[in-house]
Write a protein that binds this ligand. Structure first.
Ligand SMILES: [Zn+2]
Length: 75
C-alpha cells in the first residue's frame, strides 16, 4: 500500500516537472528567438533586412558583407 502511494507521488512529480519544463520553454520561445520577423535598416543603403541576416559591424547593421566593409554612408 505504501509503495503504491509512493509510486503515485513519483508520477505526479514527474508530470509536474514535465509541465514546468514545457511551460518555461513556451514562455521563453518568442524572446529567445529574438523576434525572427524583426527588420533592421542597413546603415549604408537603408534597405530593410531581417535581424538574423543582417551583418553587424562597428555597432551598425548592414544588409551584406559589402556594405559592412564600406561602412555607414557619408552625408
Ligand atoms: Zn546595404
Amino acid at each position: 500500500m505504501g509503495r503504491l502511494i509512493l509510486l503515485a507521488l513519483a508520477v505526479l512529480i514527474l508530470v509536474w516537472l514535465l509541465r514546468r519544463a514545457f511551460g518555461g520553454r513556451q514562455a521563453d520561445a518568442p524572446a529567445a528567438s529574438g523576434a525572427p520577423g524583426e527588420l533592421v535598416a542597413c546603415a549604408h543603403c537603408g534597405v530593410l533586412v531581417p535581424r538574423s541576416e543582417a551583418r553587424n559591424a562597428a555597432g551598425a547593421q548592414y544588409c551584406g558583407e559589402e556594405h559592412a566593409r564600406l561602412g555607414p554612408r557619408q552625408p
